[in-house]
Design a protein around this ligand. Structure first.
Ligand SMILES: [Zn+2]
Ligand SMILES: [Zn+2]
Length: 621
């Protein structure tokens, strides 16, 4: 079992506390530099405890000298901390944290005899280049190393060398401390990988046989726990100061004037040194947002920087990767998601699902966050922290959304009531790529709507609207608030519109035949689909209309309503369509969504008129 040693080192007028898994490495390191006045305080097999003690001792040691008295004080301090932690980690039959004061290593640390300063620093350098820009649990790092290189010296020792050189940071996967409140004290845990403070589970750990806690929040990414080092290695190259290689973009499509303006602004933001750190592209549903990123991505890549594009869903990763590869044929594009083969490969342009972002460390001068308002990003502080951690020092964060969350809107578009078309931190693309306005939803209030549907009583507003759409040979999305409503509403519509009964289907998240049903709908074999919010994004069907049944339910918030309305009229040959919100009660979200859509259309009209004038003026000259 590995042990972590806590020691202090005398530096100018102060003592500094260090932790090491291998004291020899530290001695070797300091020997070469400013001699060694190192004093071992104690050792423990618990990494989390060792870090908590370093914090405690570190604070105490500031402005103190290395004397017999101060050493004794530090040892006492450590002992009382361990005692208290053990008292707080109450559990029947648990031995508690182990901590000893033995100053010198008990077992000889088997450092190979040839592992002198040169060898260690050479291998550490190699290691740094393999793990460059990654934040990984120890097992992940070991695994990656096995694939990439051969090392004589154990990885954790080399890492310690890099830590001492300030090129790497490490911490326990789950850290602990004693939290003092005015009336009580308790052990507090935090997952350093996903920054979760809840969902931390106490466990009998077989690897450290110490009080140990693991994080269930990020468990799908491997087990982050008290005894697993979480390692963050600085990126070697973030493209700073590199020569511009000239444009790498091979895309030959054309922008509308509004798109061009948005793309240019985002591009400027991405490459300017200093300036704003975050920027929002607010592009309405169907504005063609991927292409807007091209100048920004190009600007960073051509200077040798790498770009990360984070998106909520794997199917979006799979759809974007070939498009971006085609646009940038000379760069290495990687798709990174849970089961991806390319997950560990290096690349210039990484397209990753949200959670995978946790595995990168300050290495991208540009991180693009797509659909920042969607699950799992929305309101998830952990993922936002992970995204910030992936951005290189002085790097940039570019958000992309059709319905940005309130917090971002306030932060980046200014908090004034009147929406500005652009600022230093945002640009608004209010018109779709085909130039037609967004279909404005129609709100109809039907008292006791869902009761009537559940009782099978005809609701004229619903039946006539759906019947009319189907008669026009248009496809219909019927959104319902709950999974249970899918079958009820499907039965109900099949009963009341018997002529189309064969061509109706219902789908929800846990539905086994979900993919197949959506495919049939795409092929126009089904003409009406009853669905929950799972089809809120992503599925685009030309010539389709939308009905939201029970639009006053709380699952349909403003953003969700705008997204759903955004399903309609996306293709250039059928830019119109009907969006119908059926509700029993008025809700704020219903009207806010409608207002937002109308506001976008007004802004786009204004812009359209201005562009027209400009063009005329241009012709006159
Ligand atoms: Zn976690
Ligand atoms: Zn453990």
């Amino acid at each position: 079992m590995r042990e972590y040693l806590l020691y202090v080192k005398e530096e100018e007028n102060a003592l500094r506390a260090y932790i090491t898994p291998c004291f020899h490495i530290d001695k070797l390191f300091w020997q070469e530099r400013n001699g060694q006045r190192l004093y071992v305080i104690g050792r423990s097999p618990s990494l989390a405890l060792a870090f908590a003690l370093r914090e405690k001792i570190g604070t105490f040691a500031k402005r103190r000298r290395l004397t017999a008295k101060s050493v004794l004080e530090m040892q006492r301090l450590a002992a009382s901390y361990v005692r208290e932690a053990n008292k707080l980690y109450v559990k029947e039959g648990h031995a508690g944290y182990r901590y000893t004061f033995r100053a010198e290593p008990i077992k000889r640390e088997n450092l190979p005899p040839e592992a002198g300063h040169e060898r260690v620093s050479e291998e550490a350098k190699q290691l740094a280049s393999i793990l460059s820009g990654r934040s990984l649990l120890e097992e992940e790092a070991e695994w990656l190393l096995k694939k990439r290189g051969r090392f004589m010296i154990p990885m954790i020792w080399l890492l310690q060398w890099l830590v001492l050189m300030n090129k790497t940071e490490w911490r326990p996967g789950v850290g602990m401390d004693i939290h003092k409140h005015w009336w009580q004290r308790r052990l507090r845990f935090i997952c350093w990988r996903c920054s979760s403070r809840s969902h931390l589970v106490r466990t009998e750990c077989h690897s450290c046989r110490q009080p140990c806690v693991y994080c269930s929040s990020c468990l799908t990414m491997g087990r982050s726990k008290c005894c697993t080092p979480f390692i963050c290695v600085q990126a070697e190259n973030t493209g700073k100061g590199c020569q511009d290689s000239g444009s790498l973009l091979a895309w030959e499509g054309e922008y509308t004037p509004a798109q061009e303006d948005a793309a240019r602004r985002a591009g400027q933001f991405a490459v300017e040194t200093g300036g704003e750190a975050a920027f929002l592209i607010w592009a309405v549903c169907g504005a063609g947002k991927t292409e807007l990123l091209f100048p920004a991505i190009d600007g960073v890549l051509r200077k040798g920087g790498r770009v990360l594009l984070a998106t909520p869903r794997k199917d979006v990763v799979l759809e974007l990767a070939p498009r971006l590869q085609a646009a940038f044929p000379s760069v290495t594009v990687r798709s990174v998601y849970g089961s991806s083969e390319e997950k560990w490969e290096e690349g210039d342009l990484i397209i990753a699902t949200t959670h995978q972002v946790m595995r990168f460390y300050r290495c991208f001068p540009l991180v693009v966050v797509d659909e920042v308002d969607a699950f799992p990003f929305h309101n998830n502080k952990q993922l936002h922290d992970a995204v910030s951690r992936a951005v290189a020092k002085e790097g940039k964060l570019l958000y992309l959304s059709a319905t940005p969350p309130e917090r971002l809107r306030k932060q980046l578009t200014g908090s004034t009531a009147v929406l500005k078309p652009h600022s230093a931190t945002h640009v608004l693309l209010a018109r779709r790529y085909h130039g037609h306005p967004l279909p404005v939803p129609e709100i109809k209030l039907v008292p006791r709507l869902m009761e009537k549907v559940n009782a099978g009583r005809p609701v004229a507003e619903l039946i006539s609207a759906a019947g009319h759409m189907l008669a026009q040979d248009r496809q219909v999305f019927v959104f319902v608030p709950r999974v249970e409503d899918v079958d009820t509403v499907l039965d109900y519509l099949q009963g009341l519109l018997p002529a189309y009964a064969e061509k109706m289907a219902g789908v929800h998240a846990a539905d086994q035949g979900r993919e197949e049903k959506v495919q049939r709908f795409r092929r126009r074999e089904n003409m009406l689909i009853v669905t929950t919010t799972i089809l809120e994004r992503g599925v685009t069907i030309p010539r389709s209309d939308v009905i939201i049944l029970g639009a006053d339910a709380s699952v349909f918030d403003e953003a969700s309503l705008v997204q759903i309305a955004g399903r309609v009229g996306r293709s250039a040959d059928a830019p119109d369509g009907t969006v119908l919100f059926l509700a029993s009660h008025r809700t704020q979200a219903l009207y806010a969504a409608k207002r937002q859509i109308e506001q976008m259309n007004r802004l786009a009209d204004k812009r359209w008129a201005a562009d027209g004038k400009q063009q005329k003026a241009g012709r006159k000259r």
